[in-house]
Design a protein around this ligand. Sequence first.
Ligand SMILES: C[S@@+](CC[C@H](N)C(=O)[O-])C[C@H]1O[C@@H](n2cnc3c(N)ncnc32)[C@H](O)[C@@H]1O
Length: 209
Amino acid sequence: MWLGGLTNDFERDGRTQLCKLLRTGLSPDSTVVEVGCGALRAGYWLIHFLDEGRYHGIEPNREMVDTARAALLEPGLEELKRPRFAYNDDFDLGVFGVAPEFVLARSIWSHASKRQIAAMLDSFKSVAAPQATLLSSYHPASRFPWRRRDYLGDAWVGRGPRGTGPEHRAVVAHRFDWIAGECQRRSLRVRESAGDSFGGQVWLEVTKG
Ligand SMILES: C[S@@+](CC[C@H](N)C(=O)[O-])C[C@H]1O[C@@H](n2cnc3c(N)ncnc32)[C@H](O)[C@@H]1O
């Protein structure tokens, strides 16, 4: 099964995301929406930590998330914690009808187009709770064109919900100043979130208010 990234570090990288959210203020009664929750790398830990009904995962690859639910989640856990899942691919964070305090997106902007990132920011702005935080990892584009170029295409790149081709390892990069400008236009704040970088990706913390 495709796990949505490096297999060796699956367990550690899941725990790291829980720790990162905890340092950002996550508590058991926080409401979380994870975009592209994949094979529940973070979802496994979050579902255990959060109170009933607080974890929400969006993943257009339904087979992937349902396989992970069956393989990873202990019997009875879903009945106890009542995680919810949606399979939309339009970056609509409002699909569950809740106002999340935390939105998590690991290895999503590293495949997404600028239009898709903008759609996520729009949805975060309109749906998330007033003091909400969006934690998103991305590949910073280099100002040197022979390094990682700023991605200007319109499509998702890499293995998506349907893609299984040889391009599945492809990633894209975005300029921080473009992201900062998009946040500013929506009265959102953004800063690099220190530590926990992985595979060349760094974390950003986008906040409302
Ligand atoms: C590189 S994987 C990361 C998965 C997970 N966040 C992790 O860290 O293991 C990217 C994920 O984004 C999902 N994806 C693709 N298009 C998407 C979309 N439009 N909205 C949300 N997720 C999407 C893919 O199916 C895949 O599970």
